[in-house]
Design a protein around this ligand. Structure first.
Ligand code: FAD
Length: 503
C-alpha cells in the first residue's frame, strides 16, 4: 500500500507538489512529509508563467486576488520579443487568439488573404492581448449574460517565486504536510526490490516512505543519484547554458507582459512585479564570459540594482525517465527547457496532474510508470521544437551565436513543420501539444517567415465580405480596449500588495 509520501525539496516544485497532493488526496489514508535544506537553498528564479497555472490554483481553491497580493504578482498577457528577427524589430506572442476562427479555419488565413489584397493592418492588431499590452492596459474578462461575442482575455502572472513557494508552504502545512528541515546525505534501498526505503539526514535522522517525489532541483538527488535515469542533452539545439539574474527597482507602472530582448550571445528577460523588476541575461558561455554577460545585464537595467547578480548554470534537456521504481522526478530534477517561453512551472503542474491521474493504489504498476514517462517525454519534446524555432527562424547574423543557431541542423519534425508553414501558412499540432497554431503563427511570422499561400477556404467569400469581417473583428477589439483601465490602476483597485504597485 502507498501511504507514506516523501517529497524531497522545498523549491517551487516541492511546495506545488505538496500543496496539490495534500489537497486532492489529503485525508487520513496518507502521510505527507517534505524535506528541504536551507543550507542548499532553491534556484529562486522562475517568475513568469503561462495561463494554465490558473487551473492549478483553482484546484487548490486559491482566491486570485489574495494570491496576486501575497506574491507581489502582476498580470501577463504574453511576451514581447525585441531584436529577435533583427535588431530594431519587435513582435508580441500573446496568450489569446487572433480574431476569431471562421468557416472552420483559423483567422490567420483570412488575414493573409486580406493583406495580399491591400489590407493595411499587421495581424497583431487583431489580437486583444497584444493591443492591451501595447497600451499598458489590463482587465479580466467579465462574464456577462448572453452570447459571448469575443473570446476571453487570456492572461498569466508574473510573481515573486520565493513568495509563491512560501504561500504554498503555508497552505500545505494547514492541509497536514509535515516539513522536515535537513540535508539528505544517504539513501537506503530495499535490497530485494531496489525501491527507495528511506533517506538519511545529516543529523542522523532516517525518514522512510513508500513513494519518493524527487523535487531536489538540477542535481536530481534520487532520480539520478540513486537510479542514474540518464539525461537527454538538447544543448546542440538550444545552446544557452547559463543565466545571470539581477533584480532592480521598478520604474513606473509595471507592464502587463514579459520582455525578451535578443542579445549577442542569448537573450535578456525583464519581468515586472509589483515591487521590483526581475532581470536576467540567458547566454551560452561558449560565446561570452560570465563577467561580460553580467556587465551587459547591468548596463541594460532600467532601475537601481537591488541584489547582487547571481550566475546559474543549466543544461537544456530532460531526464530519460522521470519515474523509476518508487521515485518520481518533478521540476528541475525531471528536466529543464530554457526559460524563453516560461514553461518550467507549467511542466511541474503537468507532472503533478499526471501523477494524480495515475496515482498508485496498492502497488506501483509498470504499465503506469511507462505511460507516465512517455507522456512526460512528449510534453518536453513538443515544447523543445517550439523553442528551437525562435532561434532558427531569424534574419540575425551579427554574432557567432546567431550564425550558429540560424544554420544548425534542426529536428526532422520541426523541419517538416516549418516547410508546411512556409508553403501553406499552417501548422498541424497534436491536441496534447502546449503551443497551438496561434502561438506558432505569431512566433514564425514575428521571426520573419512569410507563408507562400493560405488555406483555400479563405477564398470562398467576396472581398467585400472579407473587409466587413475584418472591420467587425477590429471594432470588437477597439471596444474592449476602451473598457480597460491601465494595468497599474487595475492592480491598485483589486489586488495591490503592501508597498506594491504605483499607478
Ligand atoms: C535562469 C532561469 C530562469 C527561469 N525562469 C523561469 C520562468 O520565468 N518561468 C518558469 O516557469 N520557470 C522558470 N525557471 C525554472 C524555475 O526556476 C523552476 O522550475 C522552479 O524554481 C522549480 O525548481 P525546483 O523546485 O525544481 O528546484 P529548486 O528550486 O532547486 O529546489 C530544490 C530543493 O531541493 C532541496 N534539496 C536539494 N538537495 C537536497 C538534499 N541533499 N537534502 C535536502 N534537500 C535538498 C533544496 O534545498 C531545495 O529546497 C527558470 C530557471 C532558471 C535556471
Amino acid at each position: 500500500m502507498i501511504k507514506d509520501i516523501i517529497i524531497v525539496g522545498g523549491g517551487t516544485a516541492g511546495w506545488m507538489t505538496a500543496a496539490a497532493l495534500s489537497k486532492v488526496l489529503g485525508d487520513k489514508r496518507y502521510r505527507f512529509r517534505l524535506i528541504e535544506s536551507e543550507q542548499i537553498g532553491t534556484v529562486g528564479v522562475g517568475e513568469a508563467t503561462i495561463p494554465m497555472i490558473a487551473l492549478y490554483n483553482n484546484v487548490l481553491g486559491i482566491d486570485e486576488n489574495e494570491f496576486v497580493r501575497e506574491t507581489n504578482a502582476t498580470f501577463k498577457l504574453g511576451i514581447e520579443f525585441r531584436d529577435w528577427r533583427k535588431v530594431g524589430h519587435s513582435y508580441f506572442h500573446p496568450f489569446g487568439l487572433y480574431g476569431v476562427d471562421m468557416d472552420g479555419i483559423s483567422f490567420s488565413h483570412f488575414w493573409m488573404r486580406w493583406q495580399r489584397e491591400g489590407g493595411a493592418l499587421d495581424f497583431s492588431h487583431f489580437n486583444v492581448e497584444t493591443e492591451a499590452a501595447r497600451s499598458n492596459r489590463f482587465m479580466r474578462t467579465m462574464h456577462e449574460a448572453g452570447p459571448k461575442l469575443m473570446p476571453d482575455v487570456n492572461y498569466a502572472y508574473q510573481f515573486d517565486a520565493g513568495k509563491y513557494a512560501e504561500y504554498l508552504k503555508k497552505r500545505s502545512i494547514k492541509q497536514g504536510v509535515e516539513r522536515i528541515e535537513g540535508k539528505i546525505v544517504h539513501v537506503q534501498q530495499d535490497p530485494d526490490t531496489g525501491n527507495i526505503a528511506s533517506v538519511q539526514l545529516e543529523s542522523g535522522e532516517s525518514v522512510s516512505g513508500d513513494l519518493f517525489i524527487d523535487c531536489s532541483g538540477f542535481r536530481g538527488l534520487l532520480i539520478e543519484g540513486v537510479y542514474q535515469a540518464g539525461y537527454d542533452d538538447w544543448s546542440h539545439w538550444l545552446p544557452v547554458n547559463k543565466a545571470v539574474a539581477a533584480p532592480c527597482e521598478k520604474v513606473g507602472e509595471p507592464t502587463p507582459y514579459t520582455r525578451s530582448t535578443a542579445l549577442a550571445a542569448g537573450w535578456q528577460w525583464r519581468i515586472p512585479l509589483q515591487h521590483r523588476t526581475g532581470n536576467g541575461y540567458v547566454y551560452c558561455d561558449q560565446y561570452i564570459s560570465d563577467d561580460e554577460a553580467t556587465q551587459v545585464l547591468l548596463d541594460n537595467l532600467d532601475g537601481k540594482l537591488t541584489a547582487d547578480p547571481r550566475v546559474l548554470k543549466f543544461v537544456t534537456g530532460k531526464r530519460k525517465k522521470c519515474w523509476v521504481k518508487n521515485c518520481l522526478a518533478i521540476g528541475l530534477s525531471g528536466g529543464f527547457l530554457e526559460p524563453l517561453e516560461s514553461t518550467s512551472i507549467h511542466l511541474v503542474q503537468v507532472a503533478i496532474s499526471k501523477l494524480l491521474a495515475m496515482f498508485p493504489g496498492t502497488h506501483i504498476c509498470d504499465v503506469v510508470v511507462r505511460r507516465f514517462n512517455s507522456e512526460m517525454a512528449d510534453e518536453y519534446e513538443s515544447i523543445k521544437d517550439f523553442l528551437i524555432a525562435h532561434y532558427y527562424v531569424t534574419e540575425r547574423e551579427d554574432s557567432e551565436f546567431w550564425r550558429y543557431v540560424r544554420s544548425m541542423e534542426i529536428p526532422a519534425a520541426l523541419s517538416e513543420r516549418l516547410h508546411l508553414f512556409r508553403s501553406r501558412g499552417e501548422v498541424f499540432v497534436r491536441q496534447t501539444e502546449l503551443f497551438k497554431e496561434n502561438s506558432w503563427f505569431s512566433v514564425l511570422v514575428g521571426q520573419g517567415m512569410v507563408p507562400q499561400s493560405y488555406h483555400p477556404v479563405a477564398d470562398a467569400i467576396t472581398s467585400d465580405e472579407l473587409n466587413l469581417r475584418m472591420v467587425k473583428v477590429r471594432d470588437g477589439i477597439r471596444k474592449r480596449l476602451e473598457m480597460m483601465p491601465s494595468h497599474g490602476e487595475y492592480i491598485a483597485r483589486h489586488c495591490a500588495s503592501q508597498g506594491g504597485v504605483s499607478r
